[in-house]
Structures are given as structure tokens and as C-alpha cells.
Design a protein around this ligand. Structure first.
Ligand SMILES: [Zn+2]
Length: 156
């Protein structure tokens, strides 16, 4: 498992739903999650999408101690946004597939989201601030959209 750097084909592919019959890598789902999140945290990522390690399935890791909901890194499967605030704000984003690159991106301030856990159980919450931004950045990845497409201004 390793992080791919842009340009790379899977970064621009639309990912397909996770089916839960078998883990995306190997045959031990807990071990897969451990390895995946270890890679994300080792890279100092607040999030990491599956296509950033070359897998075009709909899941990503997210987590940081400063977050309200995902204080510890977790993997969210088949995530989606069900509602967005009209209010948007601009902030600086980085990406594990764009080392040393930062872009200012406008995003809705609040999002209501849903996802499934490893067992396929539905979960949901409301996210705001940088945590909501992170979720939206990762969800874009699953739709083949990297943050440079949305950049207002290049801060590198
Ligand atoms: Zn990214």
C-alpha cells in the first residue's frame, strides 16, 4: 500500500461502491483498516481517499484530534453529503497526493453526511469547519476531482 502522487490515473476516476463481501486489500478487514489508517497518519493526512492508494472504491479515512466527530482516524465507506449549508467559506487545503502544495478552496461551512462502517451499518452526522471541509475534499476524490480543480488561488 502506498500513496500515489499526482498526476496518476486513479485520481481522476469515479470510484464504485464498496460491497462489503471482502476487504479492498487482503482478507482481514480489521488489518486492512489498521494498515490504511497507519499510512494516512504517518503521512500527516487528515484524510486519505482510496484512489490515493490506487483503489477505485468509495471509501476514505478521516480523523484528527482537533475534530469534533472523528477525533480518532476511521474509514468511512460509501460516504455521501445529504445536505449542505448555503454559506461557504474559503480556507487553505493540502493533499497527500500533492506534496508541498496548498490551495485556497471555497466549501460549504456545514454539511450533513452519511456513511457505512466496516459492517455495512449506516451512520450519519453533521460536520462543520475544517472537519466538514476535510470530508468534502475526500468525497471529491471519490468522484475523481482533485482540489486543484477548485482552487481559487495558488499559495504554494
Ligand atoms: Zn486530497
Amino acid at each position: 500500500m502506498q500513496i500515489v502522487i499526482s498526476p496518476y490515473p486513479t485520481l481522476h476516476q469515479v470510484s464504485t461502491p464498496v460491497n462489503f463481501f471482502m476487504p479492498p486489500v487482503g482478507n482481514d478487514w480489521s488489518q486492512f483498516e489498521k494498515d490504511y489508517l497507519h499510512l494516512m497518519v504517518a503521512g500527516h493526512g487528515l484524510g486519505m481517499a482510496a484512489n490515493q492508494i490506487g483503489i477505485t472504491q468509495r471509501f476514505f479515512g478521516i480523523g484528527h484530534e482537533s475534530f469534533d466527530e472523528f477525533k480518532k482516524p476511521v474509514i468511512l465507506y460509501n460516504p455521501r453529503v445529504t445536505k449542505t449549508s448555503e454559506e461557504v467559506e474559503i480556507d487553505r487545503e493540502g493533499c497527500l497526493s500533492f506534496p508541498g502544495v496548498w490551495y485556497n478552496v471555497y466549501r460549504p461551512v456545514e454539511v450533513e453526511v452519511e456513511w457505512q462502517n466496516m459492517k455495512g451499518e449506516m451512520q450519519g452526522t453533521k460536520l462543520k469547519g475544517y472537519e466538514g471541509r476535510c470530508f468534502q475534499h475526500e468525497l471529491d476524490h471519490l468522484n475523481g476531482i482533485t482540489f486543484d480543480y477548485k482552487a481559487e488561488e495558488n499559495n504554494q
